[in-house]
Each structure stands twice: as structure tokens, then as C-alpha cells.
Ligand binder design. Structure first.
Ligand code: ADP
Ligand code: ASP
Ligand code: MG
Length: 814
């Protein structure tokens, strides 16, 4: 004999019920019992309806009407007309009884647990009867059997306890004498010794099937549901979750106890001792092998087999100096909870015995807190123990696996994964069996926690990065284009799955939690909502995605001031905006500290030399113990372009204009021409070399007349360049006559920095610098005479975008 159980979704509508029939039909060689749930959603609807009725809300009638319609229309679709009238009249009579029960509750304004069970049992009673009649009408050798005649419980309504002795005897007597090939039974429902309807707890149809399976010692229990087995995590929350093909009873029990709803936790108990395997199968993909739960099925030494979570948890803690070394405190604490029938999901106790902390269902916590405070009223009044502390709206996340005990470092990996993603852990518990490690976290962090843990333990190093990009001008749009081009390569070769979740420019912003399709970003952004920097941050924060990165492609002060908000939420920051690193030293330090404290990289490689790996190289030098003695550099791609292009056959004005038009200057060209941009860069290099420096201490001999520097618009600035053309020509000739080229040079030595135009003679490293190239010479303890030289294109949207890209990849490898 074999037992097949079909859950709510599998029998939600006539279309699905036909699928059930075709699965049942294939088992034509042996006797089977088919246990069914209520039609999907009906149990919830029955509970809602009875709540409305007992609150004396007449709306219960509409709700009841929905229940009636679902069943009547199923009969009309499934049962042929000739057989309909008997089925309809039986079901209508049941629905009338249901109506009477609800009416009673409405009139008295009360709903006892006993009445609630009676009402809710109609879900399974009706579905199983209708399905059995449908099977019969299709020519199957099927009959209905009311589980209440077999499964006997106590009268703990809502979650009754089974009397196995009587239940087993009933099952044996019935099935041993039963000739029908297929017996259809309602799941979830049972009867008390005095004959009242009881239920086995939400999700309890699985349990019904297991009880019958154990009583009859069947060969296999099949649980047919809406997913293809037990997954490494709830597939509805973790897209990358994978089906676990084999799993041990203990592992399955632990996963279901910690929230893997696919199996109701008590289900394993009856079949475990008899070693009856359980197959979890998908009604909508019957060919899929699903999961086999059996003895010793614990996955060839694999450590973590699944990650699950239980929501709606509260922590209740009892602490105080009066608890140390006093025997009996724990006993009184747990006894109090047990007397109130409160089940404990998790326990932690500090080794000092200074505190006991338990995780229990949110709905129980108020009663529990009051009861514990009563029990310890004397100790509380004499200040030996503090009144209990309650924290609500938490969730337990658990790693489960039989082989976890033989591996060190799993909990470290678990907690560092959560820590890196700014998931605050409220309590930790590890079962003595070491089959699970659980952490209690905030409800809002669940999705992020599950996904990041899944990535760490199951995804062979594929890491998802979630980007929020602000600024899509020259650099930003090139950056998005590069990501789009490289997406496949990054995933396959670097195991990085990069998604852009938010984009903003100064006018609009757009978000898509599943990733913005990059081929359409421009139109999606154009149709986005009004841009707002604060709302952008709020949205990034509330999406709360793992490995979030804020990318600043602007040159905006306010944006640069928002980095602490991101870093404090463990959101990494990548920026080509130089303002943050070149403003107050204190602010620069603060950002570095926040980055360290919250484990969120803060990277700004493109602040100096665009895509050239200058800062990264410097960091490596310092980290490996080298010391910078001197830095000499040409750091302005814009100025280099200007002085490489300028000669006696063009005007200085035209050359600067051309540089601006080709994107080689900042939007405001005076930032480049005045040397401010270079000052910022040498400042950043000096700071990254470990020196505390501020911009005012940098010497700057400007080659521009004062008047040009003090203009207040781009137009005025360009006009002033025309006026001083002869001075610029003189500057050029003077250098040319000496066989020198003009280069704007930055230098840092002995803790001091200066910038200015210099005449560079032939043979100097700087002399042959082309176009908008940059060059940096690092003289260090290890490179005292022959400096380490980094040279290459140092300006332009394309190379800057690729520098940002490189920072993103660094974060991926973090
Ligand atoms: P049924 O009505 O068939 O009993 P349930 O809704 O009770 O189905 O259980 C199936 C659901 O369990 C799945 O749809 C899935 O959302 C959820 N679930 C939670 N954790 C897991 C897991 N680890 N593996 C598979 N499903 C899970
Ligand atoms: N119908 C019941 C519930 O929804 C039992 C079950 O489906 O397992 O909880
Ligand atoms: Mg279920």
C-alpha cells in the first residue's frame, strides 16, 4: 500500500484536480490512500469567515458565499450532469450546516476553539468528498472515508494530540477489510474521544498522511505539492535555491521545524521509527524526481543542506544578578511557559547564567511575559531579577545539516556573511546535535539574510552585486553600457552577477528590484519618478538587498555628503566624484572609518588618473610595508591635452574650448585650468600614502591671470582667455625656445605638496606624454632611484567608466 497526499494548491481548482487524477491513475498496481487538503485558500477563508461571524460582522455572509461558490462550481465542472444531483445535495446539506454554525457564532458573538475546529474541518471534508466523487465518475475504483472515524485525538482544539494506539487500531481494522483500490480521505481533520471534530494544526494534512502511512507500514509516503521537493531554501524567497534530492529524516525535520513549510514538522515522527521513506513531489511537474527523505540520506558528507527561517518570533529574556548560581531558576522559568502551553522555538543561555533568552511565537509573547513576571514577582520586587525584556517582530534563520558537526568555521562563515550585509544578529543558538545553527534577526532583513547565506553556502561563489547608480552623463552612461556588454563574461568567468537596481540623474530616478533591463534604461529613466537624493537613499535602504553598491558618477557636493548614510548601512560606495576624498581631512577619515566599521568598501580609484590603477597600486605598496618618499605626477588629462595641443598656430581659447567639448574637462573648466583638480588629486595621493594634509596647504602657482580665475560663468571665462592670448603665446614661446614642453606638474615630498606649470626638458619622463595621458612616479623606500611609473590615458568617459567598473569588480572579490 502507498499513501499519496495532495496539498491545497494541488487541489485548488478543477484544472489542478484533473492533474491529481492523472497522478493517482498511474498507481494502478497497488492499493492507495489519497489524503487531500482543502481547496487552496479555503482554510484561511473559513477562519476569516468565522472570525467575522464571531465579531458579529454581517460581512461573514459574503465570505461564506465565496466558499459555497468555490465548491458548487467545482462539482459542476468535475462531476458529469447525471451524477451531479446526489453530490450537490450532500454538499449543499454540509454547507447548510456550516451556515448554521456560523450563524450561531454570529448570534452569540463567540468562537470557541471547539467550534472553530468544527467549522474549519469543512474545508477538507468537502474537498475530499468532491474529489472522491470525481474519481468515481471517471471510472476509478475509489471511495470516500472520513478520517474522523480513524484518527482519534485529545481535545486540544486547533492542534490536537493523536492517540496512536486507538488510531492505529482503527486504521488497521478499516484498511485490512477495505476492498476499494483508492480511498480518498480528508487531511487535517480528526475526532476527539467524545466524537467532536478536531484538527491537527495548520498544514496538518501532511501529518494525517504520515499517521496512516505509519499505521499501515506502507512502502512509501508521497507528499504532492506545488514545488519540486525540499529546496536549499524557500524557493519563493531565494530564486537560486536548488532542490535537495536526498535528505535524512533528521535534516528534514530540522528544516521543517525551522520553517520549511513544504513539510509540516510533526509529519516525520510517525514514519521515522518505521523507516518509511517520504517522497516530496510536484503535482505540476510529476516527472521531476523531487526529494527523497529517508534514513541516513545525508548527502555524502555535504555540510549545510538547507537554510530555513521561522517568522513572527519574539525574544523573551530574563536577566539579573539574582540568577547567578541559584538552582531552580531555569526550572521555574520553563515550567511557567509550559503551564501556559507556550512552545519554545529556540533557547540561549549566557554561560554566566546571568540571563536566559527564549524565542517564542509573537502571538504568545504577551501572555508569556506576564506569566514569567508573575512567577518572579518576589525577585523582581527585590531587584534581584529584572522584569522580562521582550523584543517582537523577529525571525529565526537556521543553517541545517547532519554533517555540520564535523566542520569548523561554519558559524564564523554564517555570521561574517550576515555581518558584511549589515544584518544585526539578536541571538544565536546551536543545538546540542550540532545539526543546526540559528540566528535571530530582524524581520526586515530576512530576504537579504537568506539570499546572502545561500550565496555563501550553495552558489559556488557566484556573487550577486546590486548597483544603485547616480549620475548617467558621459561617464555614467558609458559605465552602464560596459556593464551590459560584460554581463555574460562576468557571470561565467568571474562568477559575478551584476544587476543595476536603481538609476538616477538630476531629474528622474527609477528602480527595479529584479534588475533594470539595461537595453532600455534610458526610456525607463525618462519615465521614472522625480529625482530626490534622500528618497533615492531611502529606497536603497528599504530594498535592503545583499551586496548593495552605491555608484556616484556625479561631481556633486551633496551626493558626496551622502556617503556616510550608505556606508552606515553596509552599502559600499564607488565614486569618481573627487569632492569627498579631497574635502576636510576629518571627512575623508570618517568615510574610511565607516567603511571599516560597517565592512563596506569605499573605493575611488577614478579620483586620480581615471581608469589607471594608481590608488590601488599605492594601497598595495603601503599594505606590503613600503613607504612613499616622493610623488611626481602629471595628473590632469585636461591640462595635458591643452598643453600638448597648444602652440603658436592655435589660440589658447580654442584649445580649451576643444578640450571642454571633447569631455576632457570638468563641466566647469576653471576647476581644471586653475589647478584645483590637480590639487585634489595630489591631495588624495598624499592622504592615501598616509599623510594628513588639507587642500589649503598645497602650493599653487597659477598660470592663469587672476581675472580669468575670478570669472563667474563659463562664457566670461572663455572671454577672458581671449583677452590674455598674447600672455599665453609668450608662455609657449619661452618654453619652445628652451626646447622644453609645458606640463602641469604635481609634486609631493617631505609632507608638502605643490602644483604648477613647469618647462620639461627633453629626456625627462614627462616630456613625451601624449594627448590626455597621465603619469605618476612613485619614489618609495623600495623604489628609491628608479621610481615605480604608472602611465596611460588619464581622462575621458570610457576609461573613467572602466575604472569604476574595476572598483565594482574589486567589491565582487571582497
Ligand atoms: P501544500 O499546500 O502542498 O501543503 P505548502 O504551501 O504547505 O504546500 O508547502 C509548499 C511551500 O513550502 C512551497 O510553495 C514553498 O513556498 C514553501 N517552502 C518553504 N521552505 C521550503 C523549502 N526549503 N523547500 C521547498 N519549499 C519550501
Ligand atoms: N488545509 C489545512 C491548512 O491550510 C491543512 C493543510 O492544508 O495541510 O492549514
Ligand atoms: Mg502544507
Amino acid at each position: 500500500m502507498k499513501i499519496l497526499k495532495f496539498g491545497g494548491t494541488s487541489v485548488a481548482n478543477p484544472y489542478n484536480i484533473r492533474k491529481v487524477k492523472s497522478i493517482v491513475e498511474k498507481n494502478n498496481s497497488e492499493h492507495i490512500a489519497v489524503v487531500v487538503s482543502a481547496f487552496g485558500g479555503i482554510t484561511d477563508l473559513l477562519l476569516d469567515t468565522s472570525r467575522l461571524a464571531s465579531n458579529q460582522d454581517p460581512a461573514y455572509k459574503e465570505s461564506l458565499k465565496q466558499i459555497e461558490d468555490r465548491h458548487i462550481s467545482a462539482i459542476r465542472e468535475l462531476v458529469p450532469v447525471r451524477a451531479q444531483s446526489t453530490v450537490l445535495s450532500k454538499v449543499k446539506s454540509d454547507l447548510n450546516t456550516l451556515e448554521t454554525l456560523l450563524e450561531g457564532s454570529f448570534l452569540i458573538g463567540e468562537l470557541t476553539p471547539k467550534l472553530s475546529d468544527k467549522i474549519v474541518s469543512y474545508g477538507e471534508l468537502l474537498s475530499s468528498y468532491i474529489i472522491s466523487e470525481f474519481f468515481k465518475s471517471e471510472g476509478l475504483d475509489a471511495a470516500f472515508k472520513d478520517s474522523r472515524e480513524l484518527i482519534i485525538t485529545d481535545n486540544n482544539y486547533g492542534k490536537a494530540n493523536v492517540d496512536f494506539e486507538r488510531t492505529n487500531a482503527n486504521c488497521n481494522a478499516f484498511f485490512n477489510a477495505n476492498a476499494d483500490k483508492i480511498t480518498v480521505l480528508p487531511g487535517f481533520v480528526a475526532a476527539s474521544k467524545s466524537g467532536n471534530s478536531t484538527t491537527l494544526g495548520r498544514g496538518g494534512s501532511d501529518y494525517t498522511a504520515a499517521i496512516i502511512a505509519a499505521a499501515q507500514q506502507v512502502s512509501l509516503l508521497e507528499i504532492w505539492t506545488d514545488v519540486s521537493g525540499m529546496y536549499t531554501a524557500n524557493p519563493k524567497l531565494v530564486k537560486q535555491a536548488k532542490c535537495v534530492s536526498h535528505i535524512s529524516y533528521e535534516e528534514a525535520m530540522e528544516l521543517s521545524h525551522f520553517g520549511a513549510k513544504v513539510l509540516y514538522p510533526p509529519t516525520i515522527q510517525p514514519v521515522l521509527g518505521k523507516e518509511i521513506p517520504i517522497a516530496i513531489k510536484n503535482t505540476f511537474e510529476p516527472e521531476n524526481p523531487g526529494t527523497l527523505i529517508a534514513k541516513n540520506n545525508n548527502g555524502n558528507g555535504k555540510t549545510v543542506r538547507g537554510i530555513s527561517h521561522v517568522g513572527n518570533i519574539s525574544l523573551l529574556s530574563l536577566e539579573g544578578p539574582g540568577m547567578i548560581g541559584i538552582p531552580g531558576i531555569s526550572k521555574r522559568f520553563f515550567e511557567t511557559l509550559s503551564l501556559k502551553n507556550i512552545s519554545i522555538v529556540l533557547i540561549t543561555q549566557a554561560s554566566s547564567e546571568h540571563s536566559i533568552c527564549v524565542g517564542i511565537a509573537d502571538e504568545d509573547v504577551d501572555v508569556a511575559a506576564e506569566a514569567v513576571n508573575d512567577t518572579f514577582a518576589y525577585e523582581i520586587s527585590s531587584k534581584k531579577i529584572k522584569p522580562v525584556i521582550v523584543e517582537k517582530d523577529l525571525t529565526i534563520v537556521a543553517l541545517v545539516g547532519d554533517n555540520m558537526k564535523s566542520h569548523q568555521g561554519l558559524s564564523g562563515k554564517m555570521f561574517s556573511t550576515l555581518g558584511k550585509n549589515n544584518v544585526n544578529i539578536r541571538a544565536i543558538a546551536q543545538g546540542a546535535s550540532e545539526r543546526n545553527i540559528s540566528a535571530v534577526i530582524k524581520k526586515d532583513d530576512v530576504k537579504k539574510a537568506l539570499n546572502s547565506l545561500h550565496e555563501t553556502f550553495f552558489e559556488e561563489n557566484i556573487k550577486q552585486l546590486n548597483l544603485f547608480v547616480m549620475g548617467v552623463g558621459n561617464v555614467g552612461s558609458k559605465f552602464l553600457q560596459q556593464i551590459r556588454q560584460q554581463k555574460k563574461y562576468l557571470k561565467e568567468e568571474l562568477k559575478l552577477n551584476i544587476r543595476v537596481i536603481g538609476i538616477s540623474n538630476s531629474r528622474k530616478m527609477v528602480f527595479d528590484e529584479n534588475g533594470i533591463p539595461l537595453k532600455d534604461w534610458e526610456s525607463l529613466l525618462a519615465n521614472g519618478e522625480k529625482a530626490d537624493k534622500q528618497l533615492f537613499f531611502d529606497q536603497v535602504k528599504s530594498l535592503n538587498l545583499r551586496n548593495s553598491v552605491f555608484v556616484d558618477n556625479t561631481a556633486n557636493l551633496e551626493v558626496a555628503q551622502s556617503y556616510p548614510d550608505y556606508l552606515k548601512n553596509s552599502i559600499s560606495v564607488v565614486t569618481c566624484n573627487k569632492i569627498a576624498c579631497s574635502s576636510d581631512y576629518a571627512y575623508y577619515r570618517e568615510l574610511k572609518e565607516l567603511s571599516k566599521k560597517y565592512n563596506a568598501p569605499f573605493l575611488f580609484e577614478t579620483n586620480v588618473g581615471a581608469g589607471l590603477p594608481i590608488i590601488d597600486t599605492l594601497k598595495h605598496l603601503i599594505a606590503s610595508g613600503d613607504k612613499v618618499k616622493k610623488i611626481q605626477a602629471v595628473l590632469s588629462g585636461s591640462l595635458n591635452f591643452v598643453f600638448n595641443t597648444f602652440n603658436d598656430s592655435v589660440t589658447f581659447h580654442d584649445v580649451v574650448k576643444q578640450a571642454q567639448e571633447q569631455g576632457y574637462t570638468e563641466p566647469d573648466p576653471t576647476i581644471d585650468l586653475s589647478g584645483i583638480d590637480v590639487m585634489r588629486k595630489i591631495l588624495i595621493l598624499a592622504r592615501e600614502s598616509g599623510h594628513q594634509l588639507d587642500i589649503d596647504s598645497i602650493e599653487n602657482e597659477s598660470f592663469l591671470p587672476k581675472e580669468s580665475l575670478e570669472t563667474n560663468s563659463n562664457d566670461a571665462f572663455f572671454e577672458s582667455l581671449k583677452k590674455y592670448e598674447s600672455d599665453f603665446q609668450a608662455m609657449y614661446k619661452e618654453a619652445a625656445n628652451m626646447d622644453c614642453k609645458l606640463k602641469y606638474v604635481a609634486q609631493f615630498e617631505d609632507g608638502k605638496a605643490k602644483v604648477g606649470l613647469q618647462r620639461i626638458p627633453k629626456g625627462h619622463d614627462f616630456y613625451n606624454l601624449e594627448g590626455s595621458d597621465n603619469i605618476v612616479l612613485f619614489f618609495t623606500e623600495r623604489y628609491p632611484n628608479q621610481p615605480m611609473i604608472i602611465k596611460g590615458a588619464g581622462a575621458g568617459a570610457d576609461v573613467t567608466a572602466s575604472g569604476i567598473f574595476a572598483d565594482i569588480i574589486r567589491i565582487g572579490n571582497f
